[in-house]
Design a protein around this ligand. Structure first.
Ligand SMILES: C[S@@+](CC[C@H](N)C(=O)[O-])C[C@H]1O[C@@H](n2cnc3c(N)ncnc32)[C@H](O)[C@@H]1O
Length: 374
């Protein structure tokens, strides 16, 4: 076994290593377990741990400024690699404050980038993952190029959806002229327009209605900065998890080694294809979730309509019953009135019988006493 080879597990077949990636005959579900342990959408820069390990391996990095911290799950990666970290977040919640307060290597900076950058020690590594729009990224890069020209700069979200489309955290501190017309709807890869079934910000951020064009998106900001800076600044992109951008002056310490070490990933058509497939699948999931929720809403609405209609039918039925009862009573009243105003009934059968009896008696009497005056 060479020093670099991972240790074999007991029962492992010669020449095969049991890793989390492959699982084994004895543990065939290891890969599936690892897969379901991940969130359905990988989005945190903590996924880039091995890229940061490569950067730290080729460059002395004592200070990191991390712009955009969210839950703080990636801050400790830089600290574990040996840096003191300044974690810039405008509105940290209690959980983040507690996480950062627990670790003396992590310093919470409550404020907005780029405004706070000048208050912090100049860093060896800037990780930009805050407000994903042209104006903010352009201003952050301008500050870094002027004040920390030898720094390593890592930018998240240089590919879809933020590469060519601004996103604005709300409420946006940007002046009106730096904000494209934006909406709460989000992008999808399945068509070019925003949609409520897309990558929406749920009130946290909005997205520019149109993608592309000038001064729109994170990658556009990087390109314009490089055009303006001239000189030997270089950009490389690892096309995974929304795009990992590495920006350095070619003459900065460690630059050549870092770009070289990352080349298998930055030039990988395979990675780019997997990322495209990932965003296609995920936005299809978003669409299906949206449609399922809409169908549930429809079903709820139909159930409400059916309940209301059943109530109305019951009310109409009882009204009908009441009307029938009233009708029957009215008929009875009518009958009583008719009965009261009708002519006397014709003689009944007994009276007829009596009359004919009387007739017969009279005839008999006349036969017995013919000629007598009547
Ligand atoms: C995508 S999240 C960061 C995720 C984190 N870097 C990770 O990989 O786990 C973006 C964060 O940037 C913060 N943010 C927004 N505008 C900012 C700004 N101007 N400066 C610093 N942070 C900002 C947001 O509050 C949000 O928490």
């Amino acid at each position: 076994m060479t020093p670099d080879e991972p240790a074999r597990e007991p029962g492992d077949r010669p020449g095969r290593q049991v890793t989390q990636m492959t699982g084994s005959r004895e543990d065939p579900h290891a890969q599936a377990r690892a897969a379901r342990a991940q969130p359905l959408l990988l989005h945190s820069m903590s996924t880039f741990r091995e890229l940061f390990e490569t950067i730290f391996a080729h460059r002395e990095i004592a200070t990191v400024v991390e712009v955009g911290v969210e839950s703080g799950q990636v801050s400790s990666v830089y600290a574990d690699l040996g840096a003191t970290v300044y974690c810039v977040e405008p509105a940290p919640d209690d959980e983040l404050c507690a996480v950062l307060a627990d670790d003396p290597r992590l310093n919470l900076v409550e404020g907005l980038s780029p405004a706070v950058l000048g208050d912090l020690p100049v860093a060896d590594l800037y990780v930009l993952d805050g407000d994903h729009n042209y104006a903010v990224v352009r201003a952050e890069l301008a500050w870094i190029m002027e004040n920390a020209p030898d720094a390593v700069v890592v930018l998240h979200d240089v590919l879809w959806p933020c590469g060519r489309r601004d996103f604005y955290y709300q409420p946006s501190p940007l002046p009106h002229e730096d904000v494209h017309p934006a909406a709460a709807d989000g992008p999808t890869v399945w068509h070019d327009e925003l949609t409520p079934a897309g990558f929406v910000g749920d009130g946290v951020f909005t997205a520019a209605v149109e993608a592309g064009g000038p001064r729109n998106g994170v990658l556009t900001a990087v390109e314009d900065t490089l055009d303006e800076a001239g000189g030997d600044w270089r950009l490389a992109i690892v096309p995974a998890v929304f795009g990992f951008g590495l920006l350095m002056k070619a003459s900065a310490p460690g630059a050549e080694a870092i770009f070289e070490a990352l080349r298998p990933l930055t030039s990988s058509a395979l990675l780019a294809a997997l990322e495209n497939n990932r965003i296609a699948l995920y936005t299809r999931v978003l669409q299906l979730q949206y449609e399922a929720a809409a169908r549930t809403d429809d079903a709820d609405r139909l159930a409400e309509i059916a309940t209301a209609q059943q109530r109305e039918i019951a009310a109409l039925r009882s009204e009908l019953d009441r009307a029938k009862a009233e009708h029957a009573a009215a008929r009875r009243d009518l009958q009583r009135v008719r009965d009261a105003s009708a002519p006397p009934p014709p003689p009944g059968p007994e009276l007829g019988e009596a009359v004919s009896h009387l007739g017969r008696a009279l005839s008999a009497h006349l036969r017995r006493n013919p000629g007598r005056p009547r």
